[in-house]
Design a binder for this molecule. Structure first.
Ligand code: ADP
Ligand code: MG
Length: 664
């Protein structure tokens, strides 16, 4: 017979709280062979369980030697110890310690799951063993659907799944009645007969009398070692099995999933709570984007996409000026205001383009044509008269490609002796003004000029409601020259044949220190403000995610406490710290994933509802959920949950298996 296990002067002290040490085992020596059915008897508190835990490798804090096939398990690395649990030792506990949310097959197959054996193989092996212990018809039941005797038979099957050499049974019949005790005992006897070493702690003399050997322990000492007989052991064929593998991430996720399914209500509630925060964040971002897009579209819809309007300086304070304004230096402040005003009214030499400027602009890549232009804003000095009707002209500007054919609703662009009026102003003067002669009064420089023009057409106002008169640049130039004045362009239109160039041209214009149209500057300011607002709102919404994180932390902590025993069982079956941590982090991941998906789904539904409402009222969709926002939401949810799950997972992984198993 082969010697499997040897104990040499094994001594175990328990460290007590008051600094004292309690000697639970005093120099135990014995050796065991395959095919032995050893019962270990002794009074309660004599040290039987302590000894079993040491042999089983659940407690490595001892002195002396425990040799398994000649190797001292005291020297095992954590990895070797996990392998020892997986394939050398099978545990059977008094209280069965089955995992309640797994069915019998999954319970039995657990050690194989931890060794990453594929599902088909482990299910088949588990079914085989369950059939052997007489539970063929119950394999898909959960532990709470079977009797105590049946549970212990499941536990026996579980201990055998990886075909270990040593079975440790700590009072396996302690919780069973006489009849079921016999069935279980027969099974245990069969195990020993098949060539394994069975160490069985028992209180019952009747149970002990079935064994081949009895060890008596009293007060931590081995007081007798009595051989009763031998079993007719089947020829031992110990096949060299491959080293067990580690549990895969997928299996950890599966175990996590099965547990979450068992606690569905609670987990759904947590996921729902978290999803509200995620929904708020994603909705704020989507709303910000929707409104920004709307503003940009509205502003840009007025402009010719092939044209870039250029000013020498901004008509509204730009970002840098905003900063200077808020710095509060009064001199600087009024200078900026003066400049802005000059830019707006088209006066002041700072706004006139020089020949050098025009050269710079025409050199921009993609620009096919540079059109000079002039634009001035006046309050009440310019006007147009038809018959007795008089209208004030607020904006006088020159014709450019920026005014597209489609925006001219009636008539055509102004040529020599002609003027184009905005439709609002034209309608004010006459129902049908196109082709008629009007009297135009203009203030050019400090001269008042009066001339008759033919109305060439009317056009739809773009972006502003100012009454506007438009004439060709050469016509305005003629007026200036005739009055001894010189016309200098204060606005330039860059035309490109391919409108895809426009964005780049606009960027280049800014790079060269020029400014875009007023609408553009305003849009930029607006959208920037909106961006800030929507980010701030999203950040506020994100605060609720902190609450979610704490909620997940609490729930997983409760889960760890509830499942302390299960964690003990997993460790006894060979789960490493990493495996335990993975299971719990996977749970957090699943909570995060489901709340992220839920949050995004709710946002999507809200988007449909809100947009349906706003389209009906303002003809505009205001919520714009993009794939990247959805992914941000889901990612955020997962990250937060996993961070929250890490502490409980770490706590679970560090549980001492002996203490965990002792827990009621
Ligand atoms: P039993 O033979 O009933 O299984 P145990 O091995 O559980 O006995 O316990 C042996 C002795 O060690 C008992 O006196 C018990 O109180 C003590 N003991 C067990 N575990 C601890 C512990 N973690 N800390 C201190 N003392 C312990
Ligand atoms: Mg005990």
């Amino acid at each position: 017979m082969t010697e499997i296990l040897q104990l040499k002067n094994v001594v175990k002290f328990y460290q007590l709280a008051d600094g004292e040490r309690f000697e639970a085992l005093r120099s135990i020596s014995a050796s065991f062979e395959a095919g032995e059915l050893v019962s270990i008897v002794g009074e309660s508190g004599s040290g039987k369980s302590t000894l079993m835990n040491l042999i089983g490798g659940l407690d490595s804090d001892f002195s002396g030697e425990i040799l398994y096939r000649g190797e001292n398990i005291h020297d095992y690395s954590p990895k070797q110890l996990a392998d020892y649990h997986k394939k050398s030792i099978g545990f059977i506990f008094q209280n069965f310690n089955l995992i309640p949310h797994l069915n019998l097959i999954d319970n039995v197959a657990l050690a194989m799951t931890l060794s990453n054996v594929d599902k088909a193989t482990r299910d088949q092996k588990a079914k085989e063993l369950l059939t052997k212990v007489g539970l063929k018809d119950h394999v898909y039941k959960k532990p709470d659907q079977i009797s105590g005797g049946q549970k212990q038979r499941v536990a026996i099957a579980r201990a055998l799944i990886n075909d270990p050499d040593v079975i440790i049974a700590d009072e396996p019949t302690g919780a069973l009645d006489a009849q079921t005790t016999d069935t279980v005992l027969d099974l245990i006897k069969d195990i020993a007969q098949s060539g394994k070493l069975v160490l069985m702690v028992t209180h019952s003399d009747r149970v002990a009398s079935h064994c081949t050997r009895i060890l008596r322990i009293d007060d931590g000492r081995l007081i007798s070692d009595e051989q009763l007989g031998t079993l007719n052991v089947e020829k031992e064929v110990k096949k060299e099995t491959a080293k067990p593998k580690n549990m895969s991430l997928l299996n950890a996720v599966r175990l996590a999933f099965l547990n979450m399914k068992a606690k569905l209500g609670r987990n759904a509630l947590v996921a729902f709570g978290t999803s509200i925060g995620i929904m708020a964040v994603v909705l704020m971002l989507a709303l910000g984007r929707g409104v920004t897009t709307y503003i940009k579209d509205t502003m840009n819809s007025y402009a010719n996409p092939n044209v870039t309007e250029v000013h020498r300086q901004s008509m509204v304070p730009d970002q840098k000026q905003q900063k200077d304004l808020s710095s509060g230096d009064p001199a600087e402040l009024s200078k900026i205001q003066q400049n802005n005003m000059a830019a707006l009214t088209g006066k002041g030499t700072d706004n006139d383009f020089t020949a050098k400027d025009l050269k710079k602009l025409s050199a921009i890549k993609g620009v096919d044509k540079v059109e000079k232009g002039y634009s001035t804003l006046s309050l009440g000095t310019n006007s147009v008269t038809y018959k007795k009707q008089n209208a004030t002209i607020m904006t006088l500007q020159t014709m450019s490609s920026n005014i597209t054919k489609s925006s001219i609703v009636d008539g055509k662009a102004p040529k020599k002796g002609e003027i184009l009026l905005d439709k609002g102003t034209a309608d004010l003067l006459d129902e049908d003004l196109v082709g008629k002669k009007v009297n135009v009064t203009l203030t050019l420089g400090d001269k008042k000029v009066e001339e008759t023009f033919t109305v060439s057409g009317t056009y739809e106002q773009q972006g502003s409601n100012f009454s506007t008169a438009i004439m060709s640049y050469s016509e305005l130039n003629r007026l200036f020259t005739a009055n001894g004045l010189q016309l200098k362009p204060n606005v330039v239109y860059l035309y490109t044949k391919n409108k895809d160039n426009t964005e780049k041209i606009k960027d280049k214009v800014k790079e060269l220190g020029f400014s875009g149209s007023m609408q553009e500057t305003m849009t930029a300011m607006f959208t920037q403000m909106l961006d800030v607002v929507s980010y701030v709102l999203a950040a506020i919404a994100a605060v609720s995610l902190v609450v979610s994180a704490i909620m997940i932390l609490v729930v997983l902590n409760i889960s760890v406490v509830e499942r302390t025993k299960e964690i003990g069982v997993l460790k006894a079956l060979g789960a490493r710290r990493r495996d335990i941590r993975r299971i719990f982090v996977s749970e957090a991941f699943l909570i995060g994933l489901s709340s992220g998906l839920l949050g995004v789904a709710v946002t999507f539904v809200l988007q449909l509802l809100v947009n349906r409402f706003t389209i009906a009222t303002f003809e505009v969709p205001v919520v714009s959920l993009t794939l990247s926002y959805a992914l941000i939401g889901i990612g955020l949810s997962i990250v937060i949950s996993m961070i929250a799950g890490f502490l409980p997972a770490d706590r679970a992984s560090k549980l001492d298996p002996v203490e965990a198993l002792r827990k009621e």
